[in-house]
Design a protein around this ligand. Structure first.
Ligand code: NAD
Length: 276
């Protein structure tokens, strides 16, 4: 998909508009670093923040949101239930704690962080939170097709987002196609692939051609293939740089050349072999 312009939001299955780019806060455990990072991101123009209970920074995210003075309805806040808290009742309790830490009265998107044997019960609790309007969008993370099939068999409301590892070394073509078929938007975590593709000639040449950085080329590729991205940086210049991806377009053959870099290389765990 190559279009001259790409909208800054994506319309999810229930009509909610989700920003195409958010600010990820993994490995920002230190309170002040996280407050500073989120503050910089909001100042730069990000309106979506991606946190998780396990990141231990929901309080810092909440503090930065409050201090920003930005109207709540302009923000899109994602958090996730950790593995140890899965199951129906535990998920409801974990959600309540996340809400308190964030200092919010609702969350925009709530995700099962990783698929565990209780993934259906966990998702049922997320469904209930959606029905109670405590979340605007129900979703999952790191779910393969067979995990989603388990949910499809039991759920009344299907997940609307699947947050998965995706970058040029792991383009996730099959899972993205499956999600698209079921109207599930894909958010790419580790969208930059921890930088391993920045030095590849394909990326370097495109960066030169468009006077963009390799990171911007990679992030734009994600937009072109339909993904939502949540890059992480604590460097103010990079926070701004990562957002400047809406003023150029990659050609279809250029998108294909980046997609062809896929080597099925994961920077993180395979959800089928994730044991904590
Ligand atoms: P990322 O692709 O965002 O890469 C982050 C690394 O790239 C950082 O080390 C940063 O220093 C560097 N970087 C950032 N901008 C750059 C730029 N413009 N130029 C050069 N280098 C740059 O990877 P990530 O942090 O693993 O993932 C992003 C977010 O995804 C996380 O913060 C988190 O919110 C989410 N996440 C979710 C899961 C999950 O299981 N659902 C797992 C990991 C991460």
């Amino acid at each position: 998909m190559t279009e001259m312009t790409i909208s800054k939001t994506i319309t999810l299955a229930n009509g909610v508009e989700m920003p195409r780019i958010g600010y990820g806060v993994f490995r920002m455990k230190e309170h002040d670093v996280c407050v500073q990072g989120v503050t910089e991101a909001l100042k730069a123009g990000y309106r979506a923040i991606d946190t998780a209970a396990i990141y231990q920074n929901e309080e810092a995210v909440g503090e930065a949101i409050k201090a920003s003075g930005i109207a709540r309805e302009e923000l899109f806040i994602t958090t996730k239930v950790w593995n140890a808290d899965q199951g129906y009742d535990n998920t409801l309790k974990a959600f309540e704690q996340s809400l308190q830490k964030l200092g919010l009265d609702y969350v925009d998107l709530y995700l099962t962080h990783w698929p565990k044997p209780q993934l259906v019960d966990t998702y049922k609790a997320i469904e209930r939170l959606y029905e109670e309007k405590l979340i605007r969008v129900p979703g999952v993370s790191n779910h393969h097709e067979h995990h989603l099939q388990q949910i499809f068999a039991e759920a009344n409301i299907l997940p609307m987002v699947n947050q998965i590892e995706c970058h040029p070394s792991l383009s996730q073509d099959a899972l993205r196609a499956f999600c698209a078929e079921h109207n599930i938007a894909v958010t790419a975590w580790a969208p930059l692939g921890t930088g391993i593709v920045f030095t590849h000639p394909v990326i370097k040449q495109l960066a030169e051609k468009y006077s963009k950085t390799p990171a911007q080329i990679v992030l734009r590729w994600h937009l072109e293939i339909g993904n939502i991205v949540i890059p992480k940086s604590i460097t103010p210049e990079r926070i701004v740089e990562n957002l400047a991806i809406f003023d150029f377009t990659l050609q279809a053959d250029e998108v294909a050349a980046i997609s062809a870099l896929n080597t099925f290389h994961r920077t993180g765990s395979d959800p089928d072999n994730f044991n904590f």
